[in-house]
Design a protein around this ligand. Structure first.
Ligand SMILES: Nc1ncnc2c1ncn2[C@@H]1O[C@H](COP(=O)(O)OP(=O)(O)OP(=O)(O)O)[C@@H](O)[C@H]1O
Ligand SMILES: [Mg+2]
Length: 345
C-alpha cells in the first residue's frame, strides 16, 4: 500500500547569478492516511516550499528541479492542467499563517465558502449557501447566518482562520497542508484552532502536514515529526521519540532553545541556538549544520545528509551520533514538556 503522500528526493531551486540556488535539497517525506506529520525548523529551512511543491505552487522563478510527489501512488508533478485542478480542489486543502492574505477583502466570508462549494462540488446557489452556513457552524463560528454576511475585516484573526479552514475543508480533502496556521494568533485562539484541526482529523480521518517552528504546537498536535534545516530533513520519528530522545544535534539544540515554565510558572529561557541558519547562497560542504554544531569534528565536511535508521521509525542524518544511546533528550533534561504558544514568551 502506498502512503497517502510520498515526497521523494524533492529539490526546489531558484535561478542565481552563479547557477541555481537550491532551497530544498533532496527531501524525502511520507504521510500515512489520517496521520499528522509535523514539519519543524528555523526560518528559511524550506518548510513552506516543501508544502507548496506538493500543490505545484512553488513561486516563480522557483521550480521543482527534480524529485517526485505522489498522492495515493499517483505522481502529482506530471498532472495535466485539469487533473491538477481536480487534485487541488478535492484531494488537498491548504491553510496559511495569515488568513487575511488568502481571503478576498471585498467579498463576504460566507460567499467565499459558497463560491468554493459551487466551483469544487458543483453545488447550486441555494445549496452552496446552506452548506456554507453549515460549514461555518462546523468550524465553530457562532451565529453562522450572521457571520456568513461579514467581510473579512469584520472578523478576528481566529475567526478568519476558521473561515479559511471551512474553505480548505469544503471538499473533505484527505490531506491538509497547514503552514504555520496558528503562528499569527494569540495563545488561546491558537489552542482552539489546533483543537478544531484535531477534530476534523478525528471525524474525517484527514491527514495533515503541520508546519511550525514551535515545538510546543508540534508536540500537541502531531504523531510524527520531521526536523528541517538548510533544505534538508535532518531527523524524523514519532513525536515522543524526537522529544525525549532526539538524535540529531540540531533537533537537540532546537528543543533546548524552547522556553519552558518552571514549577512556579515562570518562563525559563533555555540556551538559545547560537548563530544563524545558512543563506541560500552559502555553499557548505558535508553537513549543513556543522558550522553551528558544538559536536562537529573532522570529517563532518565530507559526510552526506542522508537519513539513517537509528531506532524504530526513527531516522537521523548525523553519522557522528553524539547522543547515541543517551536516554534523556535536551527537553527531558529541562523537566517539562514544551507548551504550545510559549516560544514567543
Ligand atoms: N520567491 C522566492 N525567491 C527567492 N528565494 C525564495 C523565495 N521563496 C523562498 N525563498 C528562499 O527559499 C528558502 C526556503 O524558504 P521557505 O519559505 O520554504 O522557508 P520556511 O522554512 O518556510 O521559513 P519560515 O519559517 O520563515 O516560513 C529561504 O532561504 C527563502 O529565502
Ligand atoms: Mg514558511
Amino acid at each position: 500500500m502506498p502512503s497517502l503522500l510520498e515526497i521523494e528526493a524533492l529539490r526546489v531551486e531558484f535561478p542565481g547569478e552563479d547557477g541555481p540556488l537550491v532551497a530544498v535539497k533532496g527531501v524525502d517525506l511520507a504521510i500515512e492516511q489520517g496521520e499528522v506529520l509535523g514539519l519543524v525548523g528555523e526560518s528559511g529551512s524550506g518548510k513552506s516550499l516543501t508544502c507548496r511543491a506538493v500543490m505545484q505552487l512553488v513561486p516563480e522563478p522557483g521550480r521543482v528541479a527534480s524529485g517526485a510527489v505522489r498522492f495515493d501512488g499517483e505522481d502529482v508533478l506530471t498532472l495535466g492542467k485539469s487533473k491538477l485542478r481536480d487534485f487541488r480542489a478535492h484531494s488537498v486543502g491548504m491553510i496559511y499563517q495569515n488568513p487575511f492574505g488568502s481571503l478576498n477583502p471585498t467579498m463576504r466570508a460566507g460567499a467565499q465558502i459558497a463560491e468554493t462549494l459551487r466551483v469544487n462540488r458543483g453545488l447550486g446557489r441555494a445549496a452552496a449557501k446552506t452548506e456554507a452556513v453549515a460549514l461555518l457552524d462546523r468550524v465553530g463560528i457562532e451565529d453562522p447566518e450572521r457571520r456568513y454576511r461579514a467581510y473579512p475585516h469584520e472578523l478576528s484573526g481566529g475567526m478568519a482562520q476558521r473561515v479559511m479552514i471551512a474553505i480548505a475543508t469544503a471538499s473533505s480533502p484527505r490531506l491538509m497542508l497547514a503552514d504555520e496556521p496558528t503562528t499569527a494568533l494569540d495563545v488561546t485562539t491558537q489552542a482552539q484552532i489546533l483543537k478544531l484541526l484535531g477534530q476534523m482529523r478525528a471525524e474525517e480521518g484527514m491527514a495533515m502536514l503541520l508546519v511550525s517552528h514551535d515545538f510546543g504546537v508540534i508536540a500537541q498536535a502531531c504523531d510524527r515529526v520531521a526536523v528541517m534545516y538548510g533544505g534538508h530533513i535532518v531527523e524524523t520519528g514519532p513525536v515522543e521519540t524526537i522529544y525525549h530522545n532526539p538524535e540529531h544535534p540540531y533537533t537537540r539544540a532546537l528543543l533546548n532553545s524552547v522556553p519552558e515554565l518552571d514549577s512556579a510558572g515562570n518562563v525559563q529561557r533555555r540556551a538559545a541556538l547560537a548563530g544563524h541558519p545558512p543563506e541560500l547562497s552559502d555553499v557548505i560542504p558535508g553537513c549543513v549544520f556543522a558550522p553551528r554544531c558544538e559536536f562537529a569534528r573532522e570529517g563532518c565536511e565530507t559526510v552526506s545528509m542522508k537519513l539513517e535508521q537509528v531506532g524504530p521509525d526513527h531516522h537521523s542524518a548525523c553519522p557522528v551520533r553524539p547522543f547515541a544511546g543517551a536516554a534523556a533528550g535536551g527537553a527531558e533534561a529541562a523537566g517539562a514538556a514544551p507548551q504550545a504558544g510559549r516560544t514567543e514568551g
